[in-house]
Design a protein around this ligand. Structure first.
Ligand code: TXA
Ligand code: MG
Length: 321
C-alpha cells in the first residue's frame, strides 16, 4: 500500500495526518469526526473557539460543505482553486461545530499541492487542518519542521518537500455580497481585486481580529522587534552590548552592509522567495540560539502584505496566547 492510501486509512480510522500544501504543512483530521477534530485542538494546544479550515479535493465539492455560495464567492473559487485562498461561508449541516469553533460559518479551501490533492481524493471527504505547529508558533514549511514540532504526536507525516508559497492562505469573508480580507496570504489583494473588479479593504494588520486570532502568532522563541532598515546596524550593536544574542533578518537594501550580530539571514529580494523562506529563517535564528530577532517590514503590496502581517504578529505581545 502506498503512503497516500495509508494516510487516507489513518484519517478514516480517526487518526491524524500531517501533509504538505502549497502554503504550509497542515495537521489533518476527518472533518466529520468530532473526536478526531477535538484531538487536533489538544495536540496543538489551541483554544477550542479557534476555527479550522476544511480542505476539499475540488471546487465541485463546495456545495456539500456550505449552505450558500454568493456570486462573488463562486467567482473566487472558480478562479483561484486549487490555490492559497480560503473562503468563509455559511456552514452546511455536514460541518460539525467542533471544526468551526461553534460558528455558523465555515472556512474552506482546495489546496494546490499534488500530495494534498492525492490524499483528499483517496480519502474522499473533507479534511480539517490547521497549520501543523503548536499554537502561536511559527508554521512549518517542511516535513522535518513538523517532526521537530510534534515528534510522535504528529501521527502519520506525508513528506512533500518544501512548501512553494511559504505563508498561509488568504482568508476572505465571502458570506455577503462584498467580500473582505480577514487574513492576507498567498493570493494577493491585487489578484482578488482584479477578479472582483472593485477595491478590497484590508483591516490594518495589527488590528486584524478574526475569531480566535491573537496578537502574538507565528512567533519564534526569540523576541521579534521590527526596525527601520536605517536602524538595523545601530540597533543590532546596541542589543549586543546589552547582552542579547541578536539575530537579524537582513533586508535586501542592506545586502553587503557591515551588519554585526550573533546570526544573520539575508532576506531575498524577490517577494515570492521572501515569503517562501520566512518561517524557515525565523526557525534558523531560533536554532542558532538568538533571543532577539530584528526584522524589517517589506513594502506592503503583493505578497509583502502577508509577510508584513506575519512579522507584525510575530512581534506582537505574547501575554494573551
Ligand atoms: O494555508 C493555510 O490556510 C494553512 C494550510 C494548512 O491550509 N492552514 C492554516 O490554518 O493556516 P490555521 O488553522 O493555522 O488558520 C486558520 C485561520 C484561523 O486564523 C481562523 O481564525 C480562520 O482561519 N478561520 C477559520 N474558520 C473561520 C471562520 N468560520 N470565520 C473566520 N475565520 C475563520
Ligand atoms: Mg496557524
Amino acid at each position: 500500500m502506498g503512503d497516500i492510501e495509508k494516510a487516507a486509512g489513518v484519517l478514516r480510522a480517526g487518526g491524524l495526518v500531517a501533509f504538505p500544501t502549497e502554503t504550509v504543512y497542515g495537521l489533518g483530521a476527518n472533518a466529520e469526526d468530532p473526536a478526531a477534530v477535538t484531538r487536533i485542538f489538544q495536540i496543538k494546544g489551541r483554544p477550542p473557539s479557534h476555527p479550522l479550515i476544511v480542505h476539499l479535493g475540488g471546487a465541485e465539492q463546495l456545495d456539500d460543505w456550505v449552505a450558500d455560495v454568493p456570486a462573488p464567492a463562486r467567482l473566487l473559487a472558480e478562479r483561484f482553486w486549487p490555490g492559497p485562498l480560503t473562503l468563509v461561508l455559511p456552514r452546511s449541516s455536514r460541518v460539525p461545530l467542533q471544526a468551526t469553533g461553534g460558528l455558523e460559518t465555515v472556512a474552506v479551501r482546495v489546496p494546490d499541492h499534488p500530495v494534498a490533492l492525492a490524499l483528499l481524493s483517496a480519502f474522499g471527504g473533507g479534511v480539517t487542518a490547521p497549520s501543523a505547529n503548536r499554537f502561536g508558533q511559527v508554521s512549518p514549511t517542511t516535513a522535518s519542521h513538523v517532526r521537530a514540532e510534534f515528534g510522535e504526536d504528529a501521527g502519520f507525516v506525508l513528506d512533500g518537500g518544501a512548501c512553494r508559497v511559504g505563508v498561509e492562505s488568504t482568508i476572505v469573508d465571502a458570506t455577503g455580497d462584498v467580500p473582505s480580507i480577514l487574513r492576507p496570504g498567498g493570493v494577493t489583494r491585487e489578484d482578488l481585486q482584479e477578479v472582483l473588479g472593485h477595491p478590497l479593504e484590508v483591516p490594518a494588520a495589527a488590528r486584524v481580529r478574526v475569531p480566535g486570532q491573537h496578537p502574538s502568532h507565528y512567533a519564534p522563541r526569540a523576541r521579534v522587534v521590527l526596525v527601520d532598515p536605517e536602524q538595523v546596524i545601530v540597533q543590532a550593536e546596541l542589543a549586543q552590548e546589552q547582552g542579547h544574542r541578536v539575530g537579524v533578518l537582513v533586508p535586501p537594501s542592506l545586502a553587503g552592509a557591515p551588519v554585526k550580530a550573533h546570526a544573520m539571514v539575508a532576506v531575498p529580494g524577490s517577494m515570492a522567495a521572501h515569503a517562501r523562506g520566512l518561517y524557515g529563517f525565523l526557525r534558523e535564528l531560533d536554532q542558532q540560539g538568538c533571543d532577539l530577532v530584528l526584522a524589517c517590514l517589506p513594502e506592503e503590496r503583493g505578497l509583502g502584505l502577508a509577510i508584513a502581517n506575519r512579522l507584525r504578529r510575530a512581534a506582537g505581545p505574547r501575554t494573551t496566547a
